[in-house]
Design a protein around this ligand. Structure first.
Ligand code: FE
Length: 198
């Protein structure tokens, strides 16, 4: 009996470690509910990323939009599922050091600022609060409500405050139960591009 030459074993593709971590986080917790909203954490993330992409945002802001709430599911705690509880889990800070290390401030800072951005928008426009979902309105008050002049000035002094305001718009829209989104893999090139640029 003769054996032919061994065929080379094609290597199993290894995912870039940061993208693997993000994939694992969404595999583990992506089906968690987004508080009391009707969409899951993964749907909310994909819709946010897609809205940014559709608006022609730069790659960093697309990545920031996709990952803006990863702090909700990065660690073991869940977002409260009842509006009777305090909704401020300070999620915008939870994964921030890790995000900054992996992607730099263009991604990490709009994420860190996206809760302040809601407070800024509600302070600047008294009608803005009415446009928020009930959960977002409740968390707005738990997160501090209206900003005073000093807080507004501090927010405006942040280099990425405009990006945070953009991200916030998509965040508030990304709760559509009927919206079709691509999978997480669709965003791999954007994630890779941004990882490489740090
Ligand atoms: Fe969000």
């Amino acid at each position: 009996m003769t054996f032919g030459r061994h065929r080379p074993i094609s290597p199993v593709p290894v995912m870039q470690p940061t993208i693997q971590t993000i994939t694992d986080v969404f595999d583990n917790r992506g089906n968690d509910s987004y508080g009391v909203e009707a969409v899951t954490q993964l749907q909310h993330a994909l819709q946010s990323g897609l809205l940014a992409e559709e608006a022609g945002a730069g790659t960093g802001l697309v990545v920031a939009s996709l990952l803006h709430d990863i702090g909700h599911i990065f660690e073991a705690e869940s977002l409260p599922e009842s509006c009777d509880e305090n909704m401020d889990d300070r999620h915008e800070f939870r994964a921030n050091c890790w995000l900054k290390e992996q992607f730099g401030p263009e991604v990490a800072d709009p994420i860190r600022l996206h809760v302040l951005a809601k407070r800024y928008l509600c302070t600047a426009d008294s009608g803005h609060e009415e446009t928020l979902s009930p959960t977002s309105r409740k968390s707005y008050h738990d997160q501090g409500g209206t900003m005073d002049a000093e807080e507004r000035a501090a927010f405006e002094s942040e280099p990425f405050f405009r990006e945070a305001l953009e991200l916030r718009k998509w965040d508030d829209l990304a709760k559509d139960t009927d919206k079709t989104t691509p999978s997480l893999e669709h965003f791999h090139p954007a994630l890779e591009a941004y990882l490489k640029s740090v």
